[in-house]
Write a protein that binds this ligand. Structure first.
Ligand code: TRH
Length: 381
């Protein structure tokens, strides 16, 4: 579908976002509102309860302002009650965050009633395909709310991907890579060095990997992202790792960096040979980066996250010649298995996995991107 459908340009859209924890809620919503504004010309407002988190990944946002405007997007701090203004044409409730009752009542009084979408968390599980696009029953209301599931197949809402991402990624050549490392004050990797980015939750397998990397015979450069990754590296070294600081032990060198903008973090994923990612948005960005990656899934009660992890690996490794070695490494990084051994096999398979990742990214691209699919969904309902 064309990006410039006249019928939809100028549409007003409110995106509600509650930050549960970490960065993904804000990260996904900010990516979505930028797409709807910059690509489809919608008049977009993000209503978010945690501007500090948003400002970390979108530095142009100022946490102290209740109302502001950045990149053509209105940004409002979600403080009940909301500023009294008419509900938008399209209302997106991110991750079932429950919009204010007064806003929903105003929606019901509006004619025509707004499109109301519940944007769900990403999962590769097959039930998502049956639920995507279904009506979410609203007792005592004339409003219709729809489930909208991101996903990996054409029967889902697809994945967030900016229109020019593939060409930007392709243009990231050796010169751009060298400039990127220079911008971080980090030496470009030597020819025999394996450069790794590390973004993770608390992870008992990390000390095992740090020891593996330090005692191995190959130079390993780890870029530890600000926060949990850097903290765990510090406790292993017994030393602080502020940004622009380097810690060394044996064959291992670890670089401290600041929290980057989303665009900066994308470039880190593009510049590294292997990326350790987590949650939802960095997990998707690693797939678009087309470099081998290992995913620490967001832990859930009763180990429910292993069903999600398994469902993704089944899809991702469907056509891969040696799925077992990759699956074992993902499981070990998520606390189930022998990390050092499965890592060695993963690293040996790095080139083959890189080629597989390129084919996978192109395959994902066929499902259409989430913003485009969502605009079509609104147009069709
Ligand atoms: O931060 P996360 O663990 O967020 C999680 C997940 O979204 C999870 O699904 C959700 O249930 C939970 O929050 C509440 O991981 P995620 O999803 O990768 O989001 C991180 C965001 O931060 C992503 O947009 C990338 C961005 N980022 C930067 O912009 N700069 C950085 O330096 C880093 C490390 C990340």
């Amino acid at each position: 579908m064309s990006d410039t459908l006249p019928a939809l340009r100028g549409l007003r859209c409110d995106v509600f976002c509650r930050v549960i924890d970490n960065f993904g809620d804000a990260g996904v919503c900010w990516r979505l509102v930028r797409e709807l504004r910059l690509r489809y010309g919608w008049r977009v407002r993000i209503i978010i309860d945690d501007l500090d988190t948003l400002a970390r990944l979108a530095p142009q946002v100022r946490p102290g302002l209740a109302i502001q405007h950045a990149e053509g997007i209105d940004i409002a701090r979600w403080s009940d009650p909301l500023p009294p203004d008419a509900p938008a044409d399209v209302v997106i409730e991110a991750f079932a965050c429950e919009i204010p009752p007064a806003y929903a009542e105003a929606m019901a009084r509006r004619s025509p009633v707004p499109h109301w979408i519940n944007l769900e968390y990403l999962s590769a599980e097959s039930w998502v395909e049956e639920c995507h696009g279904l009506l979410s029953p609203q007792p005592h209301s004339t409003l219709k709310k729809y489930f909208y599931f991101p996903g990996f197949t054409p029967q889902t809402g697809g994945l967030l991907r900016e229109k020019g991402l593939f060409s930007e990624r392709a243009a990231f050549d050796e010169q751009a890579r060298a400039e990127f490392w220079d911008s971080l004050g980090i030496a470009a990797p030597t020819a025999d060095e394996l450069r790794i980015s590390l973004f993770c939750y608390e992870n008992n397998a990390l000390p095992v990997m740090l020891n593996e990397w330090a005692t191995g015979n190959k130079p390993i450069g780890v870029v530890a992202t600000s926060g949990l990754a850097a903290r765990q590296v510090e406790s292993w070294f017994g030393e602080q790792l502020p940004e622009r600081r380097v810690l060394r032990r044996g064959s291992l060198t670890v670089y401290g960096i600041p929290f980057l903008s989303q665009a900066g973090y994308d470039r880190l994923l593009w510049a590294c040979d292997i990326n350790f990612v987590r949650g939802e948005d960095s997990f998707v960005r690693a797939q678009w980066a087309q470099q081998p990656f290992i995913w620490q899934i967001y832990p859930q009660a009763e180990e429910a996250h292993f069903a999600k992890l398994g469902a993704f690996l089944n899809r991702f490794l469907g056509s891969y010649p040696d799925p077992r070695s990759i699956r074992e490494c993902f499981l070990a990084w998520n606390g189930k298995g022998k990390m050092a051994e499965s890592w060695r096999k993963f690293a040996e398979n790095r080139q083959l996995l890189g080629q597989h990742g390129k084919v996978w990214a192109r395959q994902l691209d066929q499902t259409g991107d989430l913003a485009n699919n969502l605009v079509s969904f609104v147009r069709g309902n």
